[in-house]
Design a protein around this ligand. Structure first.
Ligand code: DX5
Ligand code: ZN
Length: 226
């Protein structure tokens, strides 16, 4: 099984370490875990697909050793295939790639799954859900980017709630939302069908325990009203 396959209809919070203090990652994750986080979102950027540069498999391996939470790697990189074996060796639980720059997506998803990890695709704001039509059998989750990948702290793109809704109509897989997620925007995405709430700046701008908890609670309240 795996985190996404076992999720069911639950709403969960995922701190994005992009906005955390990288010199104190383990502690930053623990603080979000105390607020109810159940999975860690690990953003990998290459200064090619996106203009930013973050961390790679070595840091992922250290974080995997330092936390009991599953680590979910979001690869915002060109040619993800050459990095995937190192992330598998690092012990991450799941890997998502961007189909816009993954030339042989079928092979890439099979590579992730062959190692026993869960496989996801993250969609840029203008990438239609239909790009996944022939990928569904090989996917465990979808990430709807509600900002352009590359940076934390950007403004939420509200029409991405419509994309979540469209995805909900065509798949039962868990939908993760990533970008501009706060206690204010989380309910819109949950009502549309999202279940995994990734939040970076909204968690780490204040006390991560309090901020994570308030995002999860806002999302769960919205789910209860459905
Ligand atoms: C953006 C990353 C996000 C980022 C979100 O490229 O994929 O995971 O950390 O940051 P916020 O929550 O600040 O929009
Ligand atoms: Zn991300």
């Amino acid at each position: 099984m795996g985190f996404f396959r076992e999720l069911g209809d639950r709403v969960v919070g995922a701190p994005s370490i992009l906005s955390a203090d990288f010199a104190n990652l383990a502690e930053e994750v623990r603080r979000a875990e105390n607020g109810g986080a159940e999975i860690v979102h690990f953003d990998v950027m290459d200064n090619h697909f996106v203009p930013n540069l973050t961390v790679g498999p070595a840091v992922a391996a250290s974080l995997v050793r330092a936390t009991d939470l599953p680590v979910d790697a979001h690869l915002q990189v060109m040619r993800p295939d050459s990095l995937i074996p190192a992330f598998i060796a690092a012990g991450v639980a799941s890997i998502s790639v961007q189909p816009e720059v993954t030339v042989h997506l079928h092979r890439t998803l099979l590579m992730i799954r062959a190692a026993g990890l869960e496989a996801g695709c993250a969609l840029n704001p203008t990438t239609p859900p239909e790009i996944l039509e022939w990928a569904w059998p090989h996917l465990d989750y979808v990430n709807v980017m509600s900002v352009n990948p590359g940076f934390g702290g950007q403004a939420f793109i509200s029409e991405m709630a419509d994309k979540v809704q469209r995805l909900r109509e065509i798949t039962d897989l868990p939908i993760q939302v990533d970008g501009g997620i706060t206690a204010e925007t989380a309910p819109l995405m949950v009502r549309a069908g999202a279940r995994v709430l990734v939040a970076g700046s909204a968690v780490y701008r204040g006390d991560p325990t309090t901020e994570m908890r308030s995002i999860i609670e806002a999302g769960r309240e919205a789910a209860e009203e459905l």
